[in-house]
Ligand binder design. Structure first.
Ligand code: FES
Length: 165
């Protein structure tokens, strides 16, 4: 069985779990062994189904979308498992994706990604899923981005071990 890049990143994320004193859940490690930042990105009570909220993760150079679905989604957070988040950068050539209807659409070459199914590509030129942000909801209803599955377009070297030689 071939190990896909996505599976490798997900395995690395799960394998690197440590206790997070801020949110009382697992803190996750990036592929290079450093912890992913834990960033508060919104409140459950303020989300409306189908109305995405922009944020940045894991840094200011990486736009992303927080979204409440109308039904449970893959790796969804919150009581209804319907809160998800994704990189806002298309995996084809890096254009910013937009949310239209129930999908993320890239205006450059019309790739479409399903936010209920792990950002799966189902139309267009992109060949990889939209990277999904792992979310945690704390007891106050605050939503935290704590990791990302998949590699942000054009940023692979930033998320993998850097050469010291
Ligand atoms: S850059 Fe998004 S489909 Fe080409």
């Amino acid at each position: 069985m071939a190990l896909t890049r996505r599976a490798l990143v997900q395995t690395s994320v799960v394998a690197g779990a440590l206790a997070d004193p801020v949110i009382g859940r697992a803190a996750l490690l990036m592929p290079d062994g450093k912890p992913w930042p834990s960033v508060k990105i919104g409140k459950v009570a303020k989300l409306e189904p189908g109305k995405p909220v922009a944020f940045h993760y894991p840094d200011d150079q990486s736009p992303a979308w927080l979204l409440k679905l109308t039904a449970p989604g893959y790796d969804g957070a919150g009581a209804g498992k319907d809160i998800v988040a994704f990189s806002g950068i298309c995996t084809h050539m890096g254009c910013p994706v937009e949310f239209r209807g129930e999908r993320f659409v890239c205006p450059c070459h019309k790739s479409m990604f399903d936010p209920a199914r792990n950002g799966q590509i189902y139309q267009g030129l992109a060949s990889d899923y939209l990277p999904q942000v792992t979310l945690r909801v704390d007891s106050a209803g605050d939503i935290h981005a704590v990791a990302m599955s998949g590699l942000i377009w054009g940023r692979a070297s930033d998320m993998m071990p850097k050469s010291t030689g």
